[in-house]
Design a protein around this ligand. Structure first.
Ligand code: CU
Ligand code: ZN
Length: 177
């Protein structure tokens, strides 16, 4: 009889063990290779446009066009938050900086991931951007903000390049291809 009880005990323990359901870990790969931001005026700046971020063999292609700008250079960054609610664009937070680096130029090895430099508007207020960025990661910028500034990013002043107020804001989302 004792041996039966022992056997039941063992069986019970075994069953209890095997019934422990392990949480299935679903590893989803980041599956988006084109992101887009529609950029809209902050206040009555009239600045608008769009920019795409496309996976490229050498990095991420950044391509966009904007209108309504004053001629000259304008700081152009990815900011921490995809939040354009504030009247002055400050809800987008500071430059997106997951590595904790200093502010810099797009060509710098160490920079904020969001440091896309400047766009330059012509006499008609139109600006284009088209280059391959070697620091930007699509997975990390999804859902974050795009900000165009009133002034030029000097690429050195900390922590923002002294680019002045915010004239346009957008949110980086998944593009319909
Ligand atoms: Cu900025
Ligand atoms: Zn920066």
């Amino acid at each position: 009889m004792k041996s039966y009880i022992a056997l039941f005990a063992i069986l019970f323990a075994f069953t209890a063990c095997t019934q422990t359901v392990e949480k299935e870990v679903v590893e989803t790969e980041f599956e988006h290779d084109v992101l887009v931001a529609t950029v809209m005026p902050v206040g009555d700046s009239g600045v608008a446009g769009s920019v795409t971020f496309t996976e490229d063999e050498n990095g991420v292609a950044v391509q966009g066009s904007f209108t309504g700008l004053e001629s000259g250079k304008h700081g152009f960054h990815i900011h921490e938050f995809g939040d354009c609610r504030a009247d002055d664009g400050t809800s987008a937070g500071g430059h997106f900086n997951p590595a904790g680096n200093e502010h810099g130029a797009p060509t710098d090895m160490e920079r904020h991931m969001g440091d896309l430099g400047n766009i330059e508007a012509n006499q008609d207020g139109m600006a284009m951007v088209d280059y391959v960025d070697e620091t930007v990661s699509l997975e990390q910028i999804l859902g974050r903000g795009i900000i165009i500034h009133a002034g030029e990013d000097d690429l050195t002043s900390q922590p923002t390049g002294a680019a002045g107020s915010r004239v346009a804001c957008g949110v980086i989302g998944i593009a319909q291809k």
